[in-house]
Design a protein around this ligand. Sequence first.
Ligand code: AMP
Ligand code: ZN
Length: 492
Amino acid sequence: MTLRLFNTLTGQLDELLPSDREALRMYACGPTVYDYSHIGNFRTFLQVDVLRRFLKLTGTQVRHVMNITDVDDKIIRNATAAGVSIGTYTASFEAAFFEDLESLRVERPEIIAHATEHIPKMVELVQKLAAAGAAYQAEDGSWYFRLAAFPEYGKLSKKDLSGMEDGARVDVDEYEKDSARDFALWKAAKPGETSWDTAIGRGRPGWHIECSTMAMEYLGESFDLHAGGEDLIFPHHENEIAQSESVTHKTFARHWMHVRFLLVDGRKMSKSEGNFYTLRDLLLKGYKASAIRLALISVPYRHQFNFTFDGLVEATAAIERLRTFKQRLTEGRFSQGENPALQESAKKAQAEYLAALNNDLNTAEARAPIFDLIRTANTALDQAQLKAGDRDAILAVLASFDAVFDVMEDRDAEPTRHALEWAEKSGRMAEVAPELLARQGLTDEAIDALVAERTQAKRQRNFARADQIRNELAEKGVVIEDSKDGVRWKRK
Ligand code: AMP
Ligand code: ZN
């Protein structure tokens, strides 16, 4: 079975295979590091993570490039306002971005490419475009792409550009839907702005040229997949195609994946609307990184998805079920042998799980058979019908689920601790939820009390509560050890 993924370019589900049979060459637009990314941005990065993890699970290696936009209008504006260089300004937001990706367990792409480190290559591409008659220099020294030179313009976004005004120009990086215009490739230096002295004049690159340049630099003129959020289809990705194909006359990316928006009350989560949460905002409210990850990936990428706190609560409960179940399996003692019905259930769950992901990465449908299997297996466990061979088969299914979802191990303490340290450093302690502060500030007496409650719960065979206490303590960095002399605990 091969992954069939919706392709914005062809408008249908297409098989996604590495054309060189070795590694799938993919480029995903990265962040503009002018501020903290919000969870809408992270939805896109997480869905790309789902894709790359699923490819790897099913035996396809990936060569994944992500750019860091470290020079653009917003960065220059903010750095100037802060009175620092753009390098100083972007460094801390880039570090925060990678810390957030790690908290969300997003795998690091094989190649991270910074715009400011590829200026000479961008200049070369502008020169090639000029030689091909697809770029021209305006009176102020800026360079523009000549849309009239690329008749296929609009093929990705399916825009009808027949009424387009020849020679009308736009020099901002992001512009309105219906204003297809000659767009800036290179912006002439303005007094006081960061600029580079190059063969095409003193200035700085436009946003679009960086992605064409860096994608072709690391993946070749033609590659397998290009991804980003749905807002990038036009103009950014349309412009990338125009800039690249006008020079190479080859298909730039064969497959285009676009992640639909995370919404709040029906509107796109965005900085400019002011309706956003950063990862740190949510961690300080007491939500766990794993729950945020699960909530953001559980709605398939091709559906818009309305963010709610109830969704996070649901994800928290789902993770609790997964972890408690796994603990039951790994810590239990089972007789040798197999229960044929359970073997069948495990096989069926695994097949349905893979089929759902192969079908355009349907994460919601992929989750369902896993939770069905947990229900069936829990019943068997209660009736002592689960054998050692079943445990191994079920653990294998959970492992393949977790190769993509990655929420089973409890690693939630660290992201929360980082967020608290960050809040303390940046004067945001007032935003921390009181329950979280209380949990973090656990006294020895409070731990003793919880450990005693757990022992009592176990005695009453209330294993769910006992596990819950163990997990809660683990989250706060407290490990419980059961030994024949009683229960011990220590802080990690
Ligand atoms: P930016 O840092 O603004 O360049 O955005 C980084 C990525 O997040 C891009 O792929 C955007 O398309 C994507 N993005 C921005 N807003 C949202 C949203 N509300 N939901 C999903 N993806 C988004
Ligand atoms: Zn891009």
